[in-house]
Design a protein around this ligand. Sequence first.
Ligand SMILES: Nc1ncnc2c1ncn2[C@@H]1O[C@H](COP(=O)(O)OP(=O)(O)OP(=O)(O)O)[C@@H](O)[C@H]1O
Ligand SMILES: [Mg+2]
Length: 309
Amino acid sequence: MPAIFAKGITKKFGSFVAVDNVDLIVEEGEVFGFLGANGAGKTTTIKMLIGLIKPTSGSIIVSGIDVVQNPQKVKEIIGYMSQKFSLYDDLTVEENINFFGGIYGIGVTTLKEIKEDLLTKFNLLNERRKLTKDIPLGLKQRLALGIALMHRPKIVFLDEPTSGADPISRRNFWEIIRNLKRQGVTVFVTTHYLEEAEYCSKIALINSGRIIAYGTPTDLKKLAFNYPLFEVDFGGIESNIGVLNKVCDYGEFFIYGRKLHFLSKYLITTSELGIKMKSDFGIAPKTLRRIIPTLDDVFFQLVQKSNND
Ligand SMILES: Nc1ncnc2c1ncn2[C@@H]1O[C@H](COP(=O)(O)OP(=O)(O)OP(=O)(O)O)[C@@H](O)[C@H]1O
Ligand SMILES: [Mg+2]
């Protein structure tokens, strides 16, 4: 039995379909990355999975519990860190822990133990008496995660937990997620940051409410790129990408940040491609090198493919 099993879940807001017939399987102990742009449907999906909103149709089983029938029951066994996490700014760090401990129904003695453990493990001992509004975002995120884990859930749902944090805080945060995995906790995490997706054992990519790709990071790279990808620099003619693409029938150029990428339609070596480009465009590339696609490239390709379908 997987930790999370969702079949055909759809959420409509009026006539607008925010989540469209989504299937998800998350195995126990997996770190599952749920990726998508702004408004793709990540938060709506998470809220359905944990019983905060009811799907328009479809079924959801989390840890053996039918979430649509028993939304209350599932809340007791999972941890949830919402996108706009609900810490109280005017309480101290310690008071926030006490408050949420009370909500979870944790007894006073156990709460004391859990609190010391949380403050130590999450490196928040120096902050315990500070007002939550006065601590940096990265620490707030860590506190929110600590609180989501207070009742020792076996499954946690984290909705963009590192959004806006600096790279070091993000790395620390992911270290905690890796530790959770070692303890056998199942983690369902949404993110915008593609490099974070590399830490996940499985990824689902959501675009306009639909899952457009699912698999390990390596699977997705294969799915998006059957043929070699190159980085190319013509030293200035890049702005004529439309013209280049008109002339070229053996691949496609696309702008990638400040660079130009070329995705071949055939298997071709770098030197063969250099010769071909020189004869076709009358100018040899200044640099041309084959690159290994990053998840960023994959994301770009898959979203583009899906939007063209
Ligand atoms: N209660 C609601 N009523 C109407 N539309 C909604 C509601 N909640 C979400 N939506 C719409 O559904 C779509 C998906 O929203 P959702 O919040 O799930 O996206 P997201 O992937 O979490 O985006 P972000 O990365 O910005 O958090 C958006 O177009 C949003 O405007
Ligand atoms: Mg969201």
